[in-house]
Design a protein around this ligand. Structure first.
Ligand SMILES: NC(=O)c1ccc[n+]([C@@H]2O[C@H](COP(=O)([O-])OP(=O)(O)OC[C@H]3O[C@@H](n4cnc5c(N)ncnc54)[C@H](OP(=O)(O)O)[C@@H]3O)[C@@H](O)[C@H]2O)c1
Length: 339
């Protein structure tokens, strides 16, 4: 697991608990945390496991890549190119590289730097939160996915039906765009400054998310890309389910999707830590798709601009109503969104 933070520690720990030999490469603070407390994992279905510190192979040095047969890249997207360069220098066994990152184009970035390696795109559907020292918790639903090939078939078989199970797909582009529709909420959540559940309980935030999804679906249709269904609701119905009145949203959507009250978007963590966000790999992908089609994506563009302002130091928590007024009312005439 290269870039062992929330995703890397949870998935790597779950796979180790399933019997796979896993090594983690990450930062000193995470190494110290696990050395002091071991690795404790849990999920919403009541699964819990603890791996004692002595059983966790955690290194802060990329030289540990030398023995890897499969490298799961779990850094934020802004760290992709640097991590791929470390793989180029240190990996010795022609490993398979799988990006377990959000966004559409990470595998492409890695392939450019590592043209001789097999690089696959993966997808992590659920939210992982760090609950305390050495503790990571899977706070939403879904199954990991990656492309099907002879190696990933063996990997999925080794994990079996245990937590961290891996689904295989023949069309990851469609899976990634299906996931991105949900990730369009990351920026809205970060601008709201609150938990995902508290944010989604306010309809005006959901209206902004629905409009961002409608805009994306229209562009995907124009590009001939069919986003995969991730979760219970088909992509075309997603904006309607999300923008529905509170009573319907809570009873239909939230009851099925089950979001832990502690789940937080990782972009909010980026704000708190003063780090650049992944916005260029999320809503920014939609803006680039629009440009490639000679079109515009005003809703997603407005959201990108607000996140960039925050990255530049403008601290502001957007109330649901203000965000809706700013992002939608300014653009509704141009786009015809009904939300
Ligand atoms: N967290 C979630 O719930 C979730 C769910 C689905 C998908 N994702 C996606 O999964 C990816 C990882 O997210 P995350 O939340 O797990 O991020 P994270 O908690 O920030 O973990 C990444 C860790 O890797 C470290 N790192 C970066 N470059 C490294 C390198 N070259 N060598 C060693 N360590 C390195 C980072 O340190 P620095 O901070 O010092 O760079 C950080 O500690 C992102 O694309 C995210 O969007 C996250």
């Amino acid at each position: 697991m290269l870039g062992a933070g929330s995703v890397g520690c949870f998935v790597g720990g779950a796979w180790q608990a399933a019997g796979l030999p896993v090594s983690f490469i990450g930062r000193q603070s995470v190494a110290d945390d696990i050395a002091a407390h071991g690795l404790s994992l849990s999920d919403q279905e009541g699964w819990k496991t603890h791996i004692p510190a002595a059983a966790v192979r955690f290194s802060t040095r990329p030289a540990a890549l030398a023995k890897a047969d499969i490298i799961l890249l779990c850094t934020k997207s802004i760290g992709t190119a640097a991590a791929a360069k470390q793989i180029a220098v240190h990996a010795k066994r022609k490993p398979l590289v799988i990006s377990f990152q959000n966004g559409i184009s990470n595998a492409e970035v890695i392939r450019k730097i590592l043209p001789k390696l097999s690089v696959l795109q993966g997808m992590v559907p659920y939210n992982v939160v760090r609950l305390g020292p050495g503790r990571w918790h899977r706070a939403t639903w879904g199954e990991l996915a990656t492309e099907r090939n002879s190696v990933t078939e063996k990997l999925a078989a080794r994990i079996g039906d245990r937590p961290g199970r891996l689904q295989l797909s023949g069309d990851m582009r469609s899976v990634l765009w299906g996931k991105l529709l949900f990730n369009l909420n990351n920026a809205i959540n970060a601008l709201s400054g609150t938990t995902i559940l508290a944010e989604l309980n306010q309809r005006d935030y959901r209206r902004v998310m629905a409009a961002a999804i409608v805009e994306t679906l229209d562009l995907l249709q124009a590009a001939g890309i069919e986003p995969a269904r991730i979760g219970q609701v088909p992509p075309r119905l997603l904006p309607h389910a999300i923008a529905a009145p509170d009573f319907i949203f809570r009873n239909l959507f939230l009851r099925v999707q089950k979001i832990d009250p502690r789940a937080r978007g990782s972009m909010l963590d980026d704000f708190d830590a003063g780090r650049p966000t992944e916005i260029d790999y999320l809503n920014g992908e939609v803006v680039r798709l629009a440009e490639s089609l000679g079109r515009r994506a005003p809703v997603n563009q407005a959201i990108v601009e607000l996140i960039k302002q925050r990255e530049a130091g403008v601290e502001h928590i957007w109330s649901a109503r203000d965000l809706r007024n700013y992002v939608l009312d300014g653009h509704r005439g141009a786009t015809g969104f009904g939300y």
